[in-house]
Design a protein around this ligand. Sequence first.
Ligand SMILES: [Mg+2]
Length: 368
Amino acid sequence: MTNQNVVISEAKTGLAVATAVAVSESNFYSPAMPKPLVAANGYFPRKKSIKKLETNGGGGARINAFIDSMRASSPTRRASETEDQKSWIIHHPSALSMFEDIMNASEGKEIVVFLDYDGTLSPIVEDPDRAFMTNEMREAVRDVAKYFPTAIVSGRCRAKVHNFVKLSELYYAGSHGLDIQRPTKGHKKQRKGNQSVFCQPAREFLPMIEEVHKILLEKMKFIPGAKVENNKFCLSVHFRCVDERIWGELGEQVREVLKNYPTLRLSQGRKVLEIRPAIKWDKGSALEFLLESLGYDKSNNVLPVYIGDDRTDEDAFKVLRKRGQGLGILVSKAPKETKASYSLQEPSEVMYFLKRLAEWKKSSLPRH
Ligand SMILES: [Mg+2]
């Protein structure tokens, strides 16, 4: 296959900027693709050092750094974001604005769709148990799954996210990819694939996770607004409804508990602390596992499309960059450091993107 580049003018994004973005036919993450945000654009990305947190040791400086990192992972929008927004969107153009060009460049490739749940298919809400997706969104996901293998990749417990989505034709990767199940009905490509797709690489951690869940439930009783969620192979401590003045106390209590469990690690998402087995497995590993199980591990003829909004989705965006193929789309209204190449502002835009994807495929099929 030739390596003709499709050059997409920034004018198509609605911005009067002369910069051009190139989409390679054979490699969506070509060197010509926009790099993640840099300080020269007036926006400083969050510090990389906050991705993983030490759970041992103490000290005031470390505690302060910890609280700072909780704030950094849970930003609130600033009033003067307009300029940042403009420069960010140049580097991460809207996947809707660029839709035609992206699809033209993907011709001949088999698309596989990966979708995060919270903040991607459903709005972020105060009570995580009420993060429902709309029926219209469900229809959009159902339509996409008619034409492409489709997976939900979430930090949630697999059963819980399945219960939210209610579509049995999808793959489900719960607990940040630590619990993967194949569809129970659906796409012919899925049926042709490995029937034994079922992956739980941290099974031996289940008793420990249960134990830590109980301890954290007890500790968080005294932090008003804190909510501990058991995601089976990982735990979430939500602090969206906790007064910011006691975030430090909450974080310190969680760290104290984890001192006794060195094989667990702590990471952060949007107003949530995540506790997971310290094994080398994340949403990116789940993406690779699913592509392999579909027979695409060594294929140049596949276009994985991954849409997510959270820090944990960056692991999947990184895998796409490493593979040199695929389409990473970050869901965000505000500028963020990301390895994704494109953006969508909110779940409603994700829905329109999914609808267009299904319509595009339907219209490209031969008519009988
Ligand atoms: Mg999310």
